[in-house]
Structures are given as structure tokens and as C-alpha cells.
Design a protein around this ligand. Structure first.
Ligand code: UD1
Length: 441
């Protein structure tokens, strides 16, 4: 039976059920070959943290290379709800947090975006009080905020949770956080960022041990330093922050998105197409490039910020997700799509999040041979995938399904595009410019 998609009413083949939805779907015709060069946008995870970081400064901050994404739009709304003034021109945001009229972030926004919890550190550091609802975001595990809270407590904040809202305040006449030595049980990206931001305006020195080393943490630190913050060691596992009284205005460009770049490298590999990517910071892609080479592809450095993937015969490999510089959990789903078509058995262990293998069932619908036990997936390469109706379950899973759709035979229809739009700027246009056949209906 033919697939039929009529204005968002999706009729599943071989099924009695009709899924009524106003949500658009992405139809992809495969298999396809890609060619040319793709432009990589600014990093989503840097942009979200840096936008929160502007709350530390009472002068205007200019951020450049900000990707146009649903998540960035939500963060803008959160800042606006706190009384911050934002103007934008293409990929430039001017953020003026001179007046923070509100210390409570709204639940309906925070529940949609986990990164919005990051405003707690800067607001607390600036005003001595902050109230932020417990966050939402991707459905990829429990994702608590205990490490953020414990860090702020170590710096002298009183924190309690009431009716789902985290209330934090600094007692004392000067309402200033105090520097502290903080060891993180786990190198959480968000907790490192929360504590680092709060420490920039604290009294004295803060040392964060077992800090996250992700490039986005370093980008946030560089942004804070461009405002006059005293931070050393960002990008290593020990970050030292000497608090200052105030920060000043800045003009700061965000780094290219290594996860978007990794996704396009996999697009080249899975469609067996040599494509170029620009701009990228190749060192940020080290674990991704190493795995692509094990799988049989080459990644050539054409210029300092331009790389080219040269695909080869795909073979199995094992992957374990880890904090940076280990293999990123945000690339796990895309590599699983690639390994479904790689000869041999691959083992993928997801160690960062406990519920991040939900794309397996969707890839199986396309003919993938995958078995899951706990947080481990064993992928047996198959000669081809078949287009099918599939449902995106989280942001990176949605990218994996698009990649699988590019390589699969026939039509793939991806539902749940709100996930994709959270984190990929103009992905359809970018893929279409490379020659992919896809449309949103
Ligand atoms: C960030 C990224 C996300 C990426 C993740 C891991 C942003 C906006 N998002 O998310 O894309 O997948 O890093 O690289 O930057 N944890 C706790 N307690 C805490 C905080 C975290 O137990 O207080 C746990 C989480 O449940 C998870 C692990 O630590 O199992 C890693 O989370 P974390 O590094 O904090 O990720 P996020 O900052 O949420």
C-alpha cells in the first residue's frame, strides 16, 4: 500500500489507525547522494548558556553567530520575562540586562527547555535571590539538578524546593555569594556552567573540581572573560574563578556547533557522499572523527576551519558515550543510524543518560537489526534500510531518523519535527542545497 500524507493527516500503511495531527512531517526520498559544502551554524548549547550569562552584566552585551532555533527563541522569552531587553538582527542578539525586574522564571517556559534552569546562577549572583521551576527538556532520563543546587549551597546560598520551584537566596547585608571549593560527583555540563557563572560575581575564589570540559563550557568562560570575569582552566577538569564586583559590556561570537557538524559528517558517510563543512573547529570533533575513521571514512582538513568527509566501505565499531573529550552522547543516535548500515556487529553503550535509546524502535521500523539490553545496543549491519513512517522521540533521535531516511530506499516520513527544530537551524534547506530530496508537508 502507498503511504499517504494529506495536510498533516498521516495514514500509516498496513494499519487501521489514522494519526490526526496538525504537526508537519518531513518526507525524505532515498537513497540519495549529496555534494557541495554546508555552512555550520553557531553552537546551540553555547548560545543557551551565554544568553543566561548576559544576566551577569548590567551593561549591554552583543552576541554574534546565534543560531535561529526554537530553543534559542524560548531562552529569549525567558530573559524577556525577567525584564531583560533584547533586540536582534539576523544572527546578532543585543541583550541588555540592566534591569532585572523579576527574580522568578515562568514555569511554562522552563518546563520546555532544561537549559533555562541555567538562569538561576546569574540571577542569584546579581540579585541575591532567584526562583526557577524545576526544568523540563528532552525526555532522555531523569536529569536532576542536585549538582547545580549543591554548588550554589556551597557558595552560601540557601536553597529549598517548594511546589516544584527552586528558591535560592543569599542571606547577609551584601547578598553576595562566597567563593568555595566544589567537587562535582559527575562532570555535569549544566552544573559546571551554573557554578562558574555564579562564581564570577562571588566574593573570593571558587575552585570547581571534576568540572565538565566540553567546548561549550570553555566558550561560556571566554564570554564571561570578555566581560571582565577572572576565570582560569576552563576546558580542563579544574576551573578557578576569582570573583569580581561587576562585569562590563562585550561583543562576542559563538563557536560553531560541533554536534551539527558531526551530524553532517554522518550525512556524508551514510549517503557515501564527499561533502565539505565550514566553519568548524576540528579539535572539537576529535572523538567523532576518530570513530568515522574506524568505520572506514576519512575526514580531511582542507583549511583551518574547513573539513571534508571522504566516505569508504562502512564497517562496524564500538562506541561508548562519555563526558568530553569522550564520545558525545549528542552524537550517539546519529552514529547508530550509520552503524545500521556498517558491516559487522557494533556495540553502543550509552553511559551519560539512562533513557536515550528510544530511536532504536524507529530504526527497527526501517529494517535495522538492533538488540537492546539496559543501556547497551548491539547493532548488526544490514545491506539496506527501507523508508518507513517514523516518530522522532528527542532532538538527536530526530536527526538520526533524517540521516537514516537519506540512505534508506523509498520514502521515509518523520513525525515529531518539533524536536528537530529545537536544535538544527534550517536543516532541510541545508540538506536540500546538498542535493537531498526532502520536503516538510
Ligand atoms: C548538556 C547539553 C546536552 C548534552 C549534555 C551532556 C546543554 C544545553 N545541553 O546538558 O545537549 O547532552 O550536556 O553532554 O548544554 N546530572 C545529575 N545532577 C545534576 C546535573 C546532571 O545527576 O545536577 C546528570 C544527568 O542526569 C545526566 C548527566 O549528569 O545523566 C549529564 O548531564 P549534564 O552534563 O548536566 O547535561 P546537561 O547540562 O543537562
Amino acid at each position: 500500500m502507498e503511504d499517504k500524507t494529506i495536510k498533516g493527516t498521516y495514514i500509516q500503511p498496513n494499519s487501521q489507525s489514522v494519526i490526526e495531527s496538525d504537526d508537519p512531517v518531513l518526507e525524505i526520498l532515498g537513497p540519495t547522494s549529496l555534494k557541495g559544502e554546508v555552512t555550520i551554524s553557531g553552537a546551540k548549547n553555547s548560545a543557551l548558556a551565554i544568553m543566561a550569562g548576559t544576566l551577569l552584566c548590567s551593561d549591554e552585551c552583543r552576541i554574534r553567530n546565534v543560531p535561529s532555533l526554537v530553543d534559542v527563541g524560548r531562552m529569549k522569552q525567558i530573559l524577556a520575562s525577567l525584564g531583560v531587553k533584547i533586540t536582534e538582527d539576523k544572527d546578532i542578539l543585543d541583550i541588555n540586562a540592566k534591569e532585572i525586574g523579576q527574580t522568578q522564571a515562568p514555569y511554562d517556559l522552563v518546563s520546555q527547555l532544561r537549559a533555562s534552569f541555567f538562569v538561576i546562577g546569574p540571577v542569584l549572583a546579581r540579585l541575591g535571590v532567584a526562583r526557577v521551576p524545576l526544568p523540563g527538556g528532552c525526555a532522555i532520563g531523569a536529569r536532576p539538578v542536585d549538582l547545580h543546587v549543591r554548588g550554589l549551597q556551597a557558595m552560601g546560598a540557601e536553597v529549598h524546593i517548594e511546589h516544584g520551584i527552586v528558591h535560592a537566596c543569599v542571606k547577609g547585608s551584601r547578598s553576595r555569594l562566597k567563593g568555595a571549593k566544589i567537587y562535582l560527583d559527575y562532570p555535569s555540563v549544566g552544573a559546571t556552567e551554573t557554578i562558574m557563572m555564579a562564581a564570577t560575581l562571588a566574593e573570593g575564589e571558587t575552585i570547581i573540581e571534576n568540572a565538565a570540559q566540553e567546548p561549550e563550557v570553555e566558550d561560556l568562560a571566554n564570554f564571561c572573560r570578555s566581560m571582565g570575569a577572572k576565570i582560569r582552566g576552563a576546558g580542563t577538569n579544574t576551573i578557578i574563578v576569582s570573583g569580581v564586583e561587576r562585569l562590563h559590556s562585550t561583543d562576542y561570537p559563538i563557536i560553531p556547533d560541533r554536534i551539527e557538524a558531526g551530524t553532517f559528517l554522518v550525512a556524508g558517510a551514510i549517503t557515501q557522499s564527499p561533502i565539505s563543512l565550514y566553519p568548524v573547529i576540528p579539535e572539537h570533533l576529535t572523538p567523532v572523527i576518530a570513530k568515522l575513521e574506524e568505520i572506514g571514512c576519512q575526514v580531511i582538513l582542507e583549511e583551518s576551519k574547513r573539513v571534508r568527509i571522504v566516505p569508504g566501505a562502512l564497517r562496524a565499531t564500538d562506541i561508548e558515550t562519555l563526558p568530553y573529550p569522550g564520545f558525545p552522547t549528542d552524537m550517539q543516535a546519529q552514529f547508530m543510524a550509520l552503524l545500521t548500515l556498517s558491516e559487522g556487529n557494533s556495540m553502543i553503550s550509552e553511559t551519560v543518560f539512562e533513557n536515550r535509546l528510544r530511536h532504536v524502535a524507529e530504526l527497527q521500523r526501517m529494517g535495522a537489526d538492533i538488540k537492546v539490553k539496559g543501556n547497551v545496543a548491539v547493532v548488526k549491519g544490514v545491506p539496506f534500510l527501507s523508508g518507513a513512517p517514523v516518530m522522532a522521540t528527542d532532538l538527536r533521535a530526530s536527526a538520526a531518523l533524517v540521516l537514516a531516511g537519506l540512505a534508506a530506499q523509498g520514502k521515509t516520513v518523520v513525525q515529531g519535527l518539533h524536536h528537530l527544530d529545537r536544535g538544527y537551524e534550517n536543516i532541510e534547506d541545508k540538506l536540500r542545497q546538498l542535493g537531498a530530496k526532502l520536503q516538510r508537508v
